[in-house]
Every structure is written in structure tokens, then in C-alpha cells.
Write a protein that binds this ligand. Sequence first.
Ligand code: HEM
Length: 477
Amino acid sequence: RQHDASKIPEPKKLPLIGNMYQLFGLSDNIFSTIQTLNKKYSIYKISHIFTSTIQICNPKDAQIFLSTKQHIKKSLMYRWMQDWLGTGLLTSEDSKWHYRRKLLTPAFHFNILQEFFKVFDEHSQLLVEKLEEECDKPYVDIFSLVSNFTLHIICETAMGIKLDESKKSMREYVNAAQKIGTVLFRRMRRPWLYWNFFHFVSSNKREELLILKTLHDFTTSVIAEQEKSFKNLDVVEYNETDGNFVAKKRLALLDLLMTLKYNGSKINDEGIREEVDTFMFEGHDTTAIAVSFAFMLIANHDEVQNKILDEIQEVTNNFNQKIRFEHLSKLRYLEMVIKETLRLYPSVPAIGRKTTEDIYTSTGYFIPKDTYVGVQIYSIHHNDEYFPNAEKFDPDRFLPENCQNRHPYTYIPFSAGPRNCIGQRFAIMELKMIIASVVMNFKLIPIDTQSSITISSNLTIKTTDGIKVKFEKRSFI
Ligand code: HEM
């Protein structure tokens, strides 16, 4: 065992600015700079005068940090996100996180998801209608179109409100949600902005405040709208053992939070705002990204597209029935396509933690308590050692027999362990419904390819120039 954190490999350092300078430069190529480092080392340290982070690019160490209840504290980036998300489920720690996680888990129970199906269906059909209007165009920039639909879906399901289609604030919200990531990333790359004072007086902060206003105005209007129609049912009881209030009936997210607020629990207006901001963002952006990359990959792989279509044909009795809730679990090949899309393009490419006790890595490096750690999901997914010919899109990697011998932490698009994604099943259902509805109605024609796009760094994975796909109406259905 090597008992020394200083033994962890470090890319070349300079005085004061450490090796952080490696990440300076244009935001477009930062992503590839990070990936080059990630390919070179399976674990390494990146640092400057104010802070250092251990980057983990291998599944064994990812398991050490993610699988236990021990390391649920988050890294610096999540603290910077608190002006936006408060301490909602994604950014909270310790007892607050435990309480909220326990409280909100039933809001994504199977029975609730089943009720959401009609919303997934309705918006998938509306997306099909919208794409029909786009068939004449040389291509569709898919993310900006789909994110509108996924925002509607999260509002109508988890928040329980129907958005007004013409609402200008909706588009503004989606744009602001893209911009906030850029502002947060800019801070990460400028060491002097780690100092709250310097950040407070910077132009970055001024930009952040404007963006936050747009984001918060939108979520505030969603809460106000839901509150107008909210009916307070007597479904809350006090749990003597843990001193918390619980709902006796399963409720969707915002209904649950409102019910608890009106019945004297710990949830107040601020708590509601935190969770609405958190779920609104996590719930629409991640899924829109996944749909966009899935369309690009399907368009570029005819054999995959045909297999998806064959499976839908079989499940819907030769396209004679509409896709129903019970069909979703039968769309097994489509599920493999979604998994392979999330391997190549995990919507959340990296996550951060802070150690809560001294720890040894799988190769014996010592990491002391209170160290920031980054788990590099994208680079674990792109490692040829775990996924031979890793850049190749091959859904068969997820055939049961092909998964057996893989370390479980080689594939972690939803993270893993107690702080994994609470919306995982929601996301898979929504993706299945949207992709099946679109492939059933259109032939997807490639415009962008895996090599034509440039991935850019943001909180979630983005490209510098959108993702372009062409849609051609199928005539035989
Ligand atoms: C393809 C879609 C999605 C992907 C790839 C994804 C991925 C992730 C990942 C990697 C995390 C861990 C973040 C971290 O530890 O910092 C996470 C957490 C989370 N996700 Fe998702 N997510 C998706 C969809 C959703 C949806 C649809 C929702 C809401 C309905 C959602 C809500 C959340 C929340 C609230 C957390 C924080 C959980 C906690 O800390 O207890 N996600 N997600």
C-alpha cells in the first residue's frame, strides 16, 4: 500500500497555477483536453493554489466512492450551483439529503410512472406532428426541438401543470438552463473566481444573476400555477419514530411537497422551490440530450433502425395497435439501443464528491478525508479495456450474455449506489416512448455523425453546433 496522496500521478505542474492551466483555453476543446488526460491516467490529481481534485477514470475506484452511504457529500461545483438549486436533492448533504431522498422516492414509484404514461404518449404524438412539419427541411436541429417536449413532460408529470404552448418564458427557461452551465464551467477554469469575493465582483457573477432571474421566474410561475389548483387532501400522518411527516397516499412530486407544506411538515416554500428547480432541470435536459444522440446514432445505423422497427411491429401486432404501457417492457432491443446511446454519450459526463473519511483506492493510493473526487463517467464508458472498440455503436453489448463479465461500475450513466439518479426509470420510459413513436413514423436520415460533432463541456454533455438529423415520413404505416 502506498500511504501517500502525493504519489497520485499529476500532469505537469507550474508554480501557483498548478496543472489547472491544462484546462484553460476555448471551452470547446476543454472536453477533449480532459478526455486526453483521462485516457492517459486511470487516476490523477488536478490542482491549483486553492484546491485539488482526484479524478477517477476506472470502475473499481468509482465503486469505492459511489457504492457506500459514506461519501454522499458533493464537490465544489455543486456548492456553486446552490444559488440556483438551493440545497435540493442534487446538491444537499447529510441529514437533509437523507430526509428528502426518503420523502421523494415514492413520487417515482412504478404506479405513479404508470399514471404518467398518458403524458409521455400525448407529447410523443405531438412531437410526431411537429416533425411532420419539418420533413421538407434539409435537417432538424434535434436538441432545441426536443427539449421543448421534455420540458412539457416534466411539468405535466412531476409538477402536475399543463404549460401554455405559447409561453415565451418556456423557451427562455430552456436557453437559460444551457447558459448557466457555461457560467459555472467558466468559474471552474478561473482559479481566482474560486474566491467568493472575486467572483462576487466579476462579470461572470453579473451574467449568472441575470440567468438565475430567468430560471427562477419560470419555476416560481410553475409553483404559483400549481398552487392555484391544489386541493389539500387529508393524507399526511406524523411518524413518531423519525419525527417526520409522511404522505399516506402516493402523490406526484409537487403535489406531495404542497401537501406536506399545508400540513405542518418541514417542507416550506423554500424547500418546494429547491426541488422544483432541481427536478425541472434534471428532468428535461438529460432526457432531451439522450433523445438527440439516440436519433443521430439510429440515423447512422440502418440495421439498428430496422431492428427497432421490427420489434415495434411485433409488439403492436403489425402496427395495428398504439404503443401501450405494457408494450414498453417488451421493447427489449430498443432498451439496448438506449443503453448504448447513454454509454457513448452519458448525459451527465462526470460527477463530483467529497470524501468524508480517509480512504484507500483499489491500487492503494491514500486519499485523506475532505478531498474532492471526480468520477469521469464518460471516460470509463469510452475505455477499450472495458468496451472493446469503444467508439463503435453496438447495442448488442447490452445482450445479457455480453454484460455478465463486465464490472458493474464500467457502465454508470445514472451514477450508482445510494445517490444514484432518482429519475432513472422515468427517463427510460420516456425515452422508449419518444423514440418508438418517432421511428415508427419516420425514417431517420443521417446528417451529423459521431465524427462530425464536437462535444463541449457543460454540466451535461452538449455539442458545439447542435445535432442534426433529417426525418422522412414512412408511407407504409
Ligand atoms: C437520461 C436521463 C438521465 C440521466 C443520464 C441522469 C443521470 C444522473 C446522474 C449521473 C446523477 C448523479 C448526479 C450526481 O451524483 O451528481 C443523477 C442524479 C439525479 N437525477 Fe438524473 N438522470 C437522468 C434523468 C433524470 C430525470 C428524468 C429526473 C427527474 C425526473 C432526474 C432527477 C435526478 C435527481 C433529482 C438527481 C439527484 C439524486 C440524489 O442526489 O439523490 N434525472 N442523474
